[in-house]
Design a protein around this ligand. Sequence first.
Ligand code: SF4
Length: 419
Amino acid sequence: MKISISYPPLESPKGTPLLSQNRQFQWFSDPTYIYPMIPASAATLLKQNGYEVFWDDAIAEGLSYEEWKERLVREKPDIVAIETKTPVVKRHWQIINELKNHSLQVTNWKLKIILMGDHVAALPEESMKNSKADYVLTGGDYDFLLLNIANKLSDKGELEGGIYYREKNQIINSGEYNLEKHSLDELPPIDRKLTRWELYAFKNGNYKYLPGSYVMNARDCWWGRCSFCSWAALFPGGKFRARSAGKALDEIGELIKLGVREIMEDSGTLPVGKWLEDFCQGMIERGYNKKVKISCNMRLNAIKNIEIYRLMKKAGFRMILFGLESANQKTLDKIGKGLKVEEIEPTLRDCKKAGLEPHITVMVGYPWETKKDLENTLTLAKKLFRQGYVDSLQATLMIPYPGTPLYRYCQENNLLLTD
Ligand code: SF4
């Protein structure tokens, strides 16, 4: 059985879409390519279990839609798995329908299409009704779930929870997804050759040193409560899982052998406490800290002791990405950030003092914020730059994504222009 993990080109005047572990969807005019970590893990796991895998990221390859389609038809996979997000889901429905219709005209091509991603996890029936997708995944463990479907289609077991499928013209749900039964330590290290790591090694704003690459040691964020976060529905914070620090270090060693000089650790929030200390000690003891730089996502009040930042610096960490989101306490409370405004400056100061490069993300456009509130955030951001506490900033428009508490808030307050 051949399985294609596909990112069809989504040609648009808006730019290049960022899918995958991009928790706020963006179009980039200057393309940046994020290595899709869970789909890459899926490709590796499927191959390890004897399936033929075709890694098909036509967005990162820069193919046109027609080039991509012709190639896929030549490959004739039995399964195509596509990851989607809210702003592009309708385009994916069109592509799925086109592919399914095309496959019917090709002799002996019984194509099955699987749709996955945060949007369909929130609204699985919508995609089953509006497209000819055969399966929709509702949990974020695409690797375990894709293997489960491939096994089911090969008469090796039953479907586990978290999967929508069709039977006799009915849409059936296999039940609740269960993240706890999937141990991340059971997953093989990502096969970088199979998943064409070089596609994601150069064009990426997170890298200072090239080539760069990605790892993701946890799913996904131990906080998991921000009301706008489109991944909190895939991976609720209470079900947080991390690989052992030892396995994480082994993977860093493999990336160093490939020649990688910078690594983006893209878990929603990096594990802290003993995990982080073990990981840092391991980086130092194995000498990896001299060979590679690491960046990661962190919560602003997660590390309260500057010595931990110093240890991270010694271990090779470089950029630390913090979600600041707003300088207004009422907004931080409303979005479930679990952060006090007065915690922001001391954390960034300590992080910078330890020699790290803090990067902050802020959001604008909260429906309850006034112009004055917006100016507060702008003023704080400017002050942080003036003080030299941050190196870079990323601003995003607040967008309520289906499945998030923020979306429900907007629905209840009649704020949505869409349905
Ligand atoms: S801190 Fe909030 S926004 Fe960031 S990954 Fe966790 S839940 Fe999502």
